[in-house]
Each structure stands twice: as structure tokens, then as C-alpha cells.
Ligand binder design. Structure first.
Ligand code: PEP
Ligand code: MN
Length: 677
């Protein structure tokens, strides 16, 4: 700025002093204004008033612009300044209202890393803003930090999930998907990487740099200039600083925060070394229970879903948000581990799970996606220009008329909802590599009761395929009534089943009997079977609900159809929507057959649920001669599929030989059912 003509240096000093004094007054007044904002927040809290009153905010700004004009102040300047001031007041009030919700003032938080790590600094930022003090459980890995919360050693964990330079932190995404914790908050932390060395170290003399892989990615351009140095990976930024302090070697540096430098008494050799100055990491705060967000505080919800891979599947899912006028703020995709054909989509959107409009959106989504899990709703850290007022309208999926819209929740059957016709009128189609269960075509599943050997399963797969079968079955983990009976070949058998399936182009279905094995079996098998003896093994059902494979749920031998549907609900409510049911005979007074095939289950289930229903005549009959007539009856009554046991030599079968069809009987049955012939 040019000095005014004629002013002398002494005058300028005086004027500058005056400006300093005025600025100091402005700051004092801003602090005073802030105190008043807080008093208003307290009043709003007491009288349960919403935290924002947009029309008052607009009136206030208009008023200040007019008053500013009286003082010859530019209206644009006043507008900008007061918008900032008002936004700050809103933030102060919202934080206060959020804080009054939680009576607790101290929490135990698990983080990966030691003091001075970015996780700790981000946690500090998050909890400081809420006036909550923190004590830390310092874990070595992200998994350990989550485990600390699951064990109850910490109330929450704070984990980095994505960085604006290096992208998603996939390990954390995968861990969170498998944990049962809820997102209760998030924080955007500005990461300022520095090169740290011991006092007296010089960049030119460095030979080695200790560095977290994320920091290597985010500072790659700077590191490329230091080609005289070897980069040594370290699991923790702050720990790398601590280590070089211990080594006290001027040829070694670390990349960490300025706070870490202070903490360990290190020198900052260079500041701001990230590729991008604006380098932010988003951390999520997770806890065993969902957050309760007070009314009036804008919130955000995080979900994860998979949509199947037909054209337009993702667009259809996203249009549900569009139709409900809900703003999406983040979409991230991640491959499903061990299931390369599908992707998981992580979404954040404005709104709270308690909003009726959000509930309608989620209900609508469960009708059309393959997997859906709500990770949590929590206060949004961003101020949005408008309060979020969603249109509370029912979202009617394309192709359905308003007349067939779902019945209100109150009239839903007791004990299950997601599986009911009331929730979803259209039939669910479970699709596995092009095989569709629940459509118009009868799907045939066949194979041995148990996988016994390479030769047995290969020979069976060939016959299954050639006669028109769609899926290969075979038990590897056998839930036998007696502990002395053959228990199956386990994972070795699974390998054989999967190879045989691949050899003949047949997806495979196999039983899983314990929650711990769900992940391992889902890695290889195309469909998870839950057997009659485990229909009410709720831990197993929930674990299958978290898997990304379709589940065939067999009816418990002494269970009612509503109990079967409630068991299915365990799977659906965990997120997995790819479920089909199997009637396999129930226990009655009749002893002529192994079990009594309850054929009425098929039409009754089809009335009550949109899930596909198949029939297993083999376990019902217990006698191979009865399998064909029961199979034909099941086809006639509208089953979506059949599962039969077949064996190359039933007399030597290690399990269920008497009910296993010989190959020629199976071929004849297939012809009778209308397959080829
Ligand atoms: C099976 O299909 O292998 C089986 C054991 O069936 P269920 O659970 O119906 O007895
Ligand atoms: Mn069997």
C-alpha cells in the first residue's frame, strides 16, 4: 500500500499503533460475542430449540450490511465477514449442544501409535472441541486398537480412514467392515509432515529416513530429491521420531509431526514436506454403541453396500438418494476380499438414521442391494449452507406401482421384517455366477452328502453338469449327530469341491458349522449353507450375515416357518440380503420316512417372504426311492430349486448313502423334471 502523500515515518508508526489497538479491540469484541453465543446455546438447550435459525441469520447479515453502508463500508466485505462470524457462532452452539448430550467428560480412546502420532493429535482435536478429556490406550496396530474397544479396555477408537493425497487406508476399511463397532464421529485432521533429526543434523549428511508407508506416499516428491538416502519403513510416524532420538545419529531422520519433534526433543530439519500443502487425513471415531445425535445438530450417516454387477446397479442404488433429496457427501469403492467379481461401496450422506426419510431410503435399498450395513450416524463436522430438510416421501422403486407399496411397519409380522413380503414385494433373486435362484427357472443343486475324495467329487461333478445341474453341493464340515461319525474333510475337502466345480463350470455350495469358519469357507465357496441343526445358531447366522456370499438357510427339523424367517432375519439384518431358504423335512410322529417333507412350506413361505425357497427331498425322505416323487411334487408346488444328494457308489458312501441317488437315477430324475433328455 502506498503511504499517504506527505506523511512522515513517525506518523506511520502512530497510525500502525492505532490499527493494532483497533484490532485488539475487535478481537476482544469477538470473544465477547462468542460468550454471548454460548449463552444463547445454553438457552436453546434448556428450551429445546433448534440450533439454527436460518432466517434470523439472514436478517442479521442484511442488517449488518445496511449498518456498514452507513459507515461507508463495502457491502461485500461486511457480507463475507459476518457470514464467517455467524458460521462460527453456529458452530460454537452446535458443539455445545452436542456436548450437553454426553454427560461424560473423560473417555478412554484406543489409537494406533504412541504420543505425538497423528492419531493422537486428531483425537485431541476431536475431543478438545467437545470439552472432553482423553486417556489413551496405545495399540501397535489398527486391529489391536479395535480389539481394545471390543474387549472393553477402551470406550472408543480413533482410526485414520482416508487421506487427501494418498487415498483410502484400505486396511482400516476392511477391519471396520468386519468389526461390530459403530461410527460415532469423524474428524478431518490437517497433517503437516516434517523431516525431523537430532539437534545439529543436516539434510546433506542424512543417509537413512525412517518413515511410515503412508508418509512415504504423501511426501514422495520430497523424498525423491533425497536420493542419497535409504527409506526405512516404520509402522508409526511418532515411533520413528522416538527411535532416532534413541539412536542419536545425525545421519538418520524421520518423518513425523512438529508435535513429535517437541515431544522427543528433535530438530525440525524441514517443514511442510508433503506433496500437497493441503494434506488432510480423515479419522473415524468408533464405539460399541451407536451415537445419539441431539435434534438440531446436523448429522451424517455412513453405510457400506454391494449392489451386484449388472448394468445400472450402482446408479439404481444412488437414485434412491436422489429421489429422497438426500445429499451424498462421499462415495468410495473397495474390492471385496477374496471375491474379485464384486465391489463394496462406502457412502456418507447428510442425515440421521433417526430421520424418517433416511429410514425409508435404507429400507428401499435393502430391497435392491445384495449387502447393506449402516456404520453409524454422527454429528457432521461441516456446516452446510442449509439445514437439512428431507422430503419425507416414500420412495417407490422403478417399475412398481404406488398401489403395491409396502405396508406400514406396524403391520409387519412379528420377529421379522426385512424378509417379509410387506418389506419387499418383488421376489429376491439370488445370483451366483449367472445362476439365478428365485426366478422362473427351477435350479438344480446336486452332489454328494460329503466330499470324500478327489475321484468321488470329480466323477459326481461331471454327472451333475452333464444332466443339466446348475450347482454342485458337497459337505466338508459335517454336523453329525454322533461325534464318532465321519466329520468331513474340512478345508481339504473344500479345495476338492471348489476344483471340481471349476473343472465343470459349477458354482459350489457347502455347509459352514461355526462362526469362526465363515470367513475361511466364504473365501472359497460360492454359497454358504447353514444346516438344520444350526438354524438357530445365532452367532453363526450373524457371521453369515456379515459375509459377502449368498446363504442357503435350511429349516430346523423342529422349527416353524416363522422361526425359519426369524433366523433368516439374523442374516439379513447384519447386511447380507442374498439369502434363500430350504425345506428339508421336519420331525413328526411319522417314522416311515426319515423326516416328513412339509410341502406346504413352499406356498406358505412364498406368501410370507420374497426370499427364494428350495426343497431338499433327500434329507426328508432318507430313502433314495422316494426322492424322485418328492422332487417332482416340490417342482409342481412352486419351489425355486431342488437339492438332491447323489453318489457314484451309495453303498460305500461315508454319510447318507441310503438316500443318495445313483447316477442313473439322478439322470432319470433330471429328464422327468424337464432338463434335456
Ligand atoms: C446337508 O445338506 O448336507 C445336511 C446336513 O442337511 P440338513 O442340515 O438338512 O440335515
Ligand atoms: Mn446329507
Amino acid at each position: 500500500m502506498n503511504d499517504k502523500a506527505g506523511s512522515r515515518p513517525g506518523d506511520i508508526e502512530q497510525i500502525r499503533d492505532d490499527i493494532d489497538r483497533i484490532d485488539s479491540d475487535i478481537l476482544k469484541l469477538l470473544a465477547e460475542r462468542k460468550a454471548h453465543s454460548l449463552r444463547i446455546a445454553k438457552e436453546k438447550g434448556i428450551h429445546d430449540r433448534p440450533s439454527r435459525d436460518q432466517s434470523r441469520e439472514e436478517d442479521l447479515i442484511a442488517d449488518r450490511i445496511a449498518a456498514g453502508m452507513d459507515h461507508d463500508l463495502d457491502s461485500g466485505l461486511v457480507n463475507r465477514l459476518w457470514r464467517e462470524i455467524v458460521n462460527d457462532s453456529v458452530r460454537i452452539q452446535q458443539e455445545f449442544l452436542g456436548r450437553t448430550e454426553s454427560p461424560r467428560r473423560a473417555v478412554t480412546v484406543a489409537i494406533q501409535g504412541i504420543d505425538g502420532s497423528y492419531s493422537q493429535l486428531a483425537s485431541q482435536q476431536f475431543f478438545d472441541a467437545k470439552g472432553i478429556s482423553v486417556s489413551y490406550v496405545r495399540a501397535q496396530t489398527f486391529a489391536d486398537a479395535l480389539a481394545a474397544v471390543q474387549r472393553g479396555d477402551a470406550e472408543m477408537a480413533v482410526l485414520p480412514i482416508e487421506n487427501t493425497t494418498s487415498g483410502a487406508i484400505s486396511e482400516v476399511y476392511d477391519l471396520l467392515l468386519n468389526s461390530r463397532l459403530h461410527f460415532v464421529g469423524d474428524v478431518r485432521f490437517r497433517v503437516r509432515h516434517c523431516l525431523l533429526g537430532i539437534e545439529g543434523a543436516a539434510i546433506a549428511d542424512l543417509r537413512r529416513i525412517y518413515c511410515h508407508p503412508q508418509a512415504v506416499a504423501q511426501c514422495s516428491e520430497f523424498l525423491a530429491q533425497l536420493d542419497h538416502c535409504e527409506v526405512v519403513y516404520f509402522s508409526d510416524t511418532a515411533l520413528s521420531g522416538k527411535r532416532i532420538r534413541e539412536l542419536n545419529d545425525p545421519t538418520i531422520a524421520a518423518i513425523a509431526s512438529e508435535e513429535a519433534a517437541r515431544l522427543f526433543g528433535l530438530a525440525v530439519l524441514k517443514n511442510g514436506i508433503a506433496n500437497r500443502d493441503e494434506n488432510y487425513t480423515r479419522f473415524v471415531v468408533v464405539a460399541p454403541e451407536p451415537a445419539e445425535v441431539p435434534d438440531g445438530v446436523p448429522s451424517k450417516t455412513s453405510i457400506v453396500m454391494s449392489v451386484g454387477n449388472h448394468p445400472g446397479a450402482l446408479m439404481d442404488a444412488l437414485s434412491v438418494f436422489h429421489d429422497a433429496d438426500i445429499n451424498l457427501v462421499m462415495l468410495e469403492s473397495r474390492p471385496i476380499p477374496h471375491n474379485p467379481r464384486e465391489e463394496l461401496f462406502y457412502l456418507d450422506f447428510d442425515g440421521n438414521i433417526s430421520d424418517p426419510a433416511v429410514q425409508v431410503v435404507l429400507e428401499t435399498l435393502t430391497r435392491q442391494v445384495r449387502f447393506l450395513k449402516v456404520l453409524g450416524s454422527y454429528p457432521s463436522r461441516d456446516l452446510r449452507p442449509k439445514p437439512i430438510e428431507h422430503k419425507v416421501t416414500k420412495v417407490i422403486p422403478k417399475g412398481r406401482s404406488a398401489l403395491t407399496d409396502l405396508a406400514p411397519t406396524a403391520s409387519m409380522p412379528k420377529g421379522y421384517k426385512l424378509g417379509s413380503r410387506g418389506h419387499k414385494e418383488q421376489n429376491t433373486i439370488v445370483e451366483i455366477s449367472g445362476v439365478k435362484i428365485g426366478g422362473d427357472d427351477l435350479v438344480m443343486i446336486a452332489g454328494p452328502c460329503a466330499v470324500e475324495s478327489w475321484d468321488q467329487v470329480m466323477a459326481t461333478a461331471k454327472v451333475v453338469k452333464e444332466a443339466g445341474g446348475a450347482l454342485l453341493r458337497g459337505g466338508c464340515f459335517k454336523p453329525r449327530t454322533s461325534p464318532y461319525s465321519f466329520q468331513g474333510l474340512g478345508y481339504e475337502g473344500l479345495e476338492m469341491l471348489v476344483e471340481a466345480g471349476k473343472a465343470y463350470g459349477l458354482p459350489v455350495v457347502t455347509e459352514v458349522v461355526s462362526p469362526e469358519d465363515v470367513e475361511g469357507v466364504a473365501r472359497k465357496a460360492d454359497i454358504l449353507q447353514i444346516g438344520t441343526r444350526n438354524m438357530q445358531n445365532f452367532a453363526l447366522l450373524s457371521a453369515a450375515g456379515r459375509a459377502h456370499r449368498p446363504v442357503m438357510l435350511k429349516r430346523g427339523m423342529s422349527s416353524s416357518l416363522d422361526e425359519l424367517l426369524q433366523a433368516a432375519e439374523y442374516i439379513l439384518s447384519e447386511g447380507n440380503q442374498q439369502v434363500f431358504l430350504c425345506e428339508r423335512g421336519i420331525r413328526t410322529f411319522e417314522t416311515s420316512t426319515r423326516n416328513t417333507l412339509d410341502l406346504s412350506a413352499v406356498p406358505v413361505l412364498r406368501q410370507r417372504t420374497h426370499l427364494p425357497v428350495i426343497v431338499d427331498p433327500s434329507h426328508a425322505a432318507g430313502d433314495r426311492e422316494l426322492v424322485a416323487p418328492l422332487a417332482l411334487a416340490a417342482q409342481a408346488i412352486g419351489a425355486h430349486g431342488l437339492m438332491v444328494e447323489i453318489h457314484p457308489d451309495p453303498e460305500t458312501a461315508l454319510s447318507d448313502g441310503p438316500q443318495s441317488l445313483r447316477f442313473d437315477q439322478y439322470r432319470d430324475l433330471m429328464v422327468a423334471l424337464g432338463f434335456g433328455g
